[in-house]
Design a protein around this ligand. Sequence first.
Ligand code: FAD
Length: 308
Amino acid sequence: MSDHDLSHSEEGAEHDVVVVGGGPAGCSAGVFTARYGLDTLVLDRGRSSLGQCAVVENYPGFPDGIGVETLSTLLEDHAAEAGCEITPELVERVDRRPDGPGFLVETATGTTHTAARIIAATRYGGEYLRPALEDDAFETLDGNDGRGRLDRSYPDRDGATPVEGLYVASPSKAADRQAIVAAGRGARVGIAVVEAARRDRGYPPALAASYDWVRPEEGRAEEWGERETWRASIAERWPDDHTVDRRRYVELREREIDRRLAAYRSAEEIESTAQRGQRRLLDRLDEDLVLERAAEIAADRDAVEVST
Ligand SMILES: Cc1cc2nc3c(=O)[nH]c(=O)nc-3n(C[C@H](O)[C@H](O)[C@H](O)COP(=O)(O)OP(=O)(O)OC[C@H]3O[C@@H](n4cnc5c(N)ncnc54)[C@H](O)[C@@H]3O)c2cc1C
């Protein structure tokens, strides 16, 4: 059973989360929601800030810079690998659902999607959110035909807005000006959405925060490989006044233990993930450059063999 099957509040919507925008903020948010197991649809089309960069020279991890197309592709690859469905559609309208909880998303092609939660992640635009928001979410700009733009200080630091379930990762007051900061903000909002979904499912606040950490199995104290240890730990942290029925408690507790145990990786798994990660990067490198480098490596190895 996936964690998604435990969903209560999200019943009736097609997706747990719809992310509008698949740039640094949106892909990053989607990585966190989808890795947790929330059904996440990313809709991405339209004016892009990342698309206007010449190259990106200040995104940590790429010491000689990275081309915009390569970075965009890697961001999308990562979101897709985490489990996001990514569709090239322009969102025209987000509104609260008239016939149930959550939101209705309409695209330029006339497609509609329903979602329990929305993460807006578009540095430009935001008009599409107007039907779901109050007018005070928008600030009027001079010379903009009286049309407003989304007030960058409207969402809180986790992207939450006064409309429950509607989050804004981008635009944002401090975080949308550099790609890495936008990605960090997207991550923060994704984590907040996961926490909200866990609260809906019945986890008490003390257990609702969820860290996406992967740990080495080696060095783990033996007792933390035992379900009983986790059961005792969860019972201790579960507040007396947070009541759910016994069946639900057991379901949530066991699911949480599955998650915690799955976060430990054996030495072989760590090694094979590291190799898979490198192969994935190779797939996205220019083939001529890969062949050129491979030829250099082969020549270097031959030279070493001759000299020994
Ligand atoms: C000229 C220029 C140069 C820059 N140079 C740098 C730099 O060197 N280094 C740096 O760190 N930052 C740079 N930036 C800033 C950087 O581009 C942004 O900080 C970053 O891209 C913000 O990420 P984001 O995900 O919030 O938005 P975006 O990158 O704009 O991504 C939003 C995505 O949402 C999609 N979208 C938009 N509207 C909709 C809609 N209605 N429906 C569906 N999808 C939609 C877009 O197609 C886009 O893919 C530069 C910006 C510009 C304009």
